[in-house]
Design a binder for this molecule. Structure first.
Ligand SMILES: [Zn+2]
Length: 375
């Protein structure tokens, strides 16, 4: 598949100073600190962000991606029906929940995916991957470092894990400019499945002291929008936990303008939180993006689409919407995983059983997110 052509985008300089004791902005001051340079009155800038949930690669997916004729792995088929939608966004972001740690390739519980897995993610149109999650350390130091090497070689931006502290200091939080709007992206995980983070690598954890410093840096960056992407919550729970709500309050207090969560492997409810004079969209969990989990609620996820505008010096979240995505696992003549969008017309590729699973997932998800427009 060809790479998508997007408008020029880029990281902007990120040599930021941490604010000293007592010098950090309060949330109220924050609004002033983020006041962007004036733009002509009628000149509205616009950028569409697309977020997807957990990119998993279980053992059966590895087997299915292997082509015996060529001896190669290829995952492009997974994205055949969804890539146009992913590519239509200005910036597409997802959570990479495997390492690219080299062979032997393994699924649960210690993931190492073939490099072709990331190539397909790039080909599908993703621009940026979050890498801090409970599987970041599944292949120790080599896994953390090699994952970043492969993503760099594919020109896929990433944030959340780092080769060392110096790298984190210079690259984090991630600053990204697109269509004239500047975003600052943070990413952290509740833990790493009890595995130690191998020295000297860094995996961002939900550590309030560190996060306060990171948010201070984010506020001082002058970004138009601070986005917190977070790996949190209880697996298979369709509503957020008290702990997630507490962390969401913390992120909003620290200046987050958008919160995107993952990890529970099911879609959780959505909330528009109002605090400190701001309205902050909170997606507690986007669910699985692609996986081999086949049970009800786990066999798909949602993509969140956020339109951000800037006019007359004011940045606004102009629209928040979602679309459900189901994972088809075709069993014969060979096993094939395909991401299937909503309102899919070519359903002759489904067996009658798959048609029912697809409909059930779409109905369940729409019912669960009634307070949010779908696209
Ligand atoms: Zn997870």
């Amino acid at each position: 598949m060809p790479f998508k052509k997007k408008h020029a985008a880029g990281l902007f300089a990120c040599a930021l100073l941490l604010c000293g004791a007592g010098a950090c902005h309060s949330p109220v001051q924050h609004a002033e600190a983020l006041t962007p340079p004036p733009v002509p009155q009628n000149d509205t800038l616009s950028c569409t962000l697309l977020f997807a949930g957990d990119l998993m690669n279980h053992g059966p997916q590895i087997k299915a991606a292997y082509d015996y004729a060529s001896g190669q792995y290829n995952y492009d088929t997974c994205y055949y029906y969804l890539a146009p939608l992913i590519r239509s966004a200005d910036v597409a972001i997802a959570n990479l929940e495997v390492t690219l740690g080299g062979a032997p390739f393994t699924g649960y519980p210690m993931f190492s995916a073939p490099d072709a897995y990331a190539t397909a993610v790039k080909n599908a149109g993703f621009d940026l991957l979050e890498t801090a999650n409970n599987h970041s350390c599944d292949r120790n130091k080599k896994g953390v470092v090699r994952t970043l090497d492969v993503l760099d070689s594919l020109d896929l931006l990433h944030t959340g894990t780092f080769r060392n502290k110096q790298e984190r200091d210079s690259l984090y939080p991630l600053l990204y400019e697109k269509n004239g709007i500047r975003f600052c992206l943070l990413n952290a995980t509740y833990g790493t499945n009890g595995l130690p983070v191998p020295e000297p690598t860094v995996v961002n954890l939900l550590d309030s002291v560190q996060l306060k410093q990171d948010f201070a840096k984010a506020r001082q960056s002058g970004a138009d929008l601070i986005i917190m992407t977070v790996h949190w919550g209880l697996e298979y729970q369709r509503t957020p936990s008290a702990d997630q709500k507490k962390w969401a309050d913390f992120f909003i207090r620290e200046g987050a303008g958008l919160i995107i969560g993952a990890h529970p492997h099911v879609v959780q409810t959505y909330e528009l939180r109002e605090a400190y004079g701001r309205k902050v969209p909170v997606f507690y969990s986007l669910g699985n993006f692609i996986s081999n989990q086949r049970e009800r609620y786990k066999d798909g996820g949602i993509m969140a689409r956020i339109r951000v505008t800037r006019a007359a010096g004011v940045t606004q979240i102009a629209r928040v919407e979602y679309t459900p995505v189901w994972v088809q696992k075709q069993m014969s003549p060979k096993v094939v995983y395909r991401l299937i969008p909503a309102d899919f017309k070519a359903d002759s590729i489904f067996t009658p059983g798959e048609k029912l699973l697809y409909k059930t997932f779409m109905d369940d998800t729409r019912k669960h997110l009634q307070n949010l427009p779908a696209f």
